[in-house]
Design a protein around this ligand. Structure first.
Ligand code: CP
Ligand code: NVA
Length: 305
């Protein structure tokens, strides 16, 4: 199987990722200037398999395909044969006969890898329990748009060492910035993922100390999809880890705040944080569209610039 897949940020080289960020910015600017006149995906189809809920991911991938002249196919595990036990590898082989790429949002990262191993067409990770690399393309694009090159800067992750945190760690490796992770004991990211990042990543316990002098602050929900029954315990365990305007005041004057969304106001963020000018979360959400256009274009057509 020779297709390139995008299961984590480590599947592309640092140089390819830099290209994607710049290409996403170019695609966004050209859309604004020229309208949706660039249609490189004519007659191309993206299958989108969703085993978890989504707003941004579904809308951004579907719109990306439509604006680029192609087609997106929404497949819920509830009403496909996947939900009735058809093997992952069989599904991958069948889809490879018909579509040009597959996007998957699922629970098990190993399941995603099994799908990709059997797929003859590119497979894109649209979130697993372990990683969310497409979100990081939009996040690094947003940081770059707001503040220029991210190399050598300092980002802070406050909260759960979850799928988003793991992708931030991989981003620190690939884009060469420092990442401070501030989480309660017992909620650290996976040790192997942290270790592979070397001295780019540090783990701290005190949010004020972590944020001091930082260029970017980000967080995520305390209970991710699939952890709903842990909500009450997590609310207790994460007390003191809420990101507030006063906490952001400890960062540099130029610091920005990102959140992949959806957000739980009053839990991981103060009720008013998303209204603060340092929060660029709507731009970040919109950049899912442009960054993923760059990604699909790269996987289907290679470099075009
Ligand atoms: N950030 C993100 O992936 O949002 P959705 O769950 O709405 O797709
Ligand atoms: N960590 C969150 C991210 C949602 C986009 C989750 O997995 O539910």
């Amino acid at each position: 199987m020779s297709a390139r897949h995008f299961l984590t940020l480590l599947d592309l080289s640092a140089e390819e990722l830099d290209y994607l960020i710049q290409r996403g910015i170019t695609i966004k600017n050209r859309l604004k200037t020229n309208g949706p006149v660039y249609t490189p995906f004519s007659n191309r189809t993206l299958a989108m398999i969703f085993e978890k809920s989504s707003t941004r991911t579904r809308v951004s991938f579907e719109t990306a395909m439509a604006q680029f002249g192609g087609h997106a196919l929404f497949l819920s595990s509830r009403d496909t044969q996947l939900g009735r036990g058809e093997p992952i590898a069989d599904t991958a082989r069948v889809l490879s006969e018909m579509v040009d790429a597959v996007m998957i949002r699922t629970f098990s990262h190993a399941g995603l890898e099994a799908f990709a191993a059997a797929s003859a067409v590119p497979v894109i990770n649209a979130l697993t329990d372990d990683y969310h690399p497409c979100q990081l393309l939009a996040d690094v694009m947003t940081w770059t748009e707001c503040r220029g090159p991210v190399k050598g800067k300092t980002a802070v992750w406050i909260g759960d060492g979850n799928n988003m945190c793991h992708s931030w760690i991989n981003a620190a490796r690939q884009f060469d910035f420092q990442l401070r992770i501030c989480c309660p004991e017992g909620y650290e990211p996976r040790e192997d993922i942290v270790a592979a990042a070397g001295d780019r990543v540090t783990i701290l316990r005190d949010p004020r100390q972590a944020i001091s002098g930082a260029d970017l602050i980000t967080t995520d929900v305390w209970a991710s999809m699939g952890q709903e029954e842990e909500q009450a315990k997590r609310e207790r365990d994460f007390a003191g880890f809420q990101v507030t305007e006063a906490l952001l005041d400890q960062a540099t004057e130029e610091a920005i705040f990102l959140h992949c969304l959806p957000a739980h106001r009053g839990e991981e963020i103060s009720t008013t944080l998303l209204d603060d000018p340092r929060a660029v979360v709507w731009q970040e959400a919109g950049n899912r569209l442009h960054a993923q256009k760059a990604l699909i274009e790269f996987l289907l057509l290679g470099r075009v610039a």
